[in-house]
Design a protein around this ligand. Structure first.
Ligand SMILES: O=C1O[C@H](COP(=O)(O)O)[C@@H](O)[C@H](O)[C@H]1O
Length: 237
């Protein structure tokens, strides 16, 4: 299928939106529909979202969706090793922009733990994530280097985090930009999601996607691991 002038593999679909606002609105509707379906089928739903700066409008639209938020558990694909009140905290972002109004009744399972080291924080997150349950919806972002979640090219632990038999749910990672200390869900847990959505904004990230589609090495561009699976891309300029 050809979208955004890219030839996508058959398991990958793409939606081209005209603006960040339209992307946020469409993504919020898609996620809310999937959460409602999971609640209908199982009585509860699990949503995993990404951090960074681009999801803010999406979070603001999602929390306005009508559904039984008390039956939803929300967690993060990745986190920065900073306290929740820090400007770079993904948990802080979710608490400020998503867990409000009706959505405040959702259960939130964060990755950050106040621990003496990043390794210990990742171990505590691994233990806490045993309570997450099966992921219904995963919303990924992507950096211009082809990282997604905090699966950064060149980071120690990347090979382990990407391996199909990795038994850790969360691993410590190193980012090329500050804050460098990160926590990421590992590929087996992320790839277990029923529905995986990738939100991408701008021409530079479109070029990143094109480069990812043109090669094979997952360690060089970890987003490639998700382009091999069913994935719905939402893109806007
Ligand atoms: O560092 C991160 O970067 C990516 C992309 O963030 P964006 O603000 O450029 O969309 C994000 O998906 C990831 O969760 C975040 O920690």
């Amino acid at each position: 299928m050809a979208i955004f002038n890219l030839d996508l593999p058959t398991q990958v679909t793409g939606l081209s939106l005209s603006s960040p606002e339209q992307l946020a609105g469409e993504l919020a509707i898609t996620v809310a529909n999937a959460l409602r379906a999971a609640i209908e089928a199982r009585g509860s739903a699990v949503l995993v979202v990404s951090g960074g700066r681009s999801p803010i409008t999406f979070f603001e639209r999602l929390c306005g969706q009508t559904l039984d938020w008390s039956k939803v558990t929300i967690s993060l694909a990745d986190e920065r090793f900073v306290p929740v009140r820090h400007a770079d905290s993904n948990e802080g972002l979710v608490r400020h922009h998503l867990l409000k109004g009706e959505a405040a009744s959702a259960r939130f399972l964060g990755l950050y733990h106040s621990a003496p080291s990043l390794d210990e924080a990742a171990r505590l997150a691994h233990v806490a994530l045993a309570e997450l349950g099966a992921i219904d919806v995963l919303v990924l972002g992507m950096g211009e280097d082809g990282h997604t979640a905090s699966l950064f090219p060149g980071s120690p632990n990347l090979e382990l985090a990407l391996s199909a038999d990795c038994e850790r749910r969360c691993l410590p990672m190193q980012a090329p930009s500050v804050p460098r200390q990160r926590l990421t869900l590992t590929l087996p847990l992320l790839a277990s999601a029923q529905l995986t959505l990738l939100a991408v904004q701008g021409q530079a990230k479109l070029a990143t996607l094109a480069a990812a589609l043109a090669g094979e090495d997952v360690s060089a561009m970890p987003i490639r691991a998700f382009l091999r699976r069913p994935l719905e891309i939402h893109w806007c300029p």
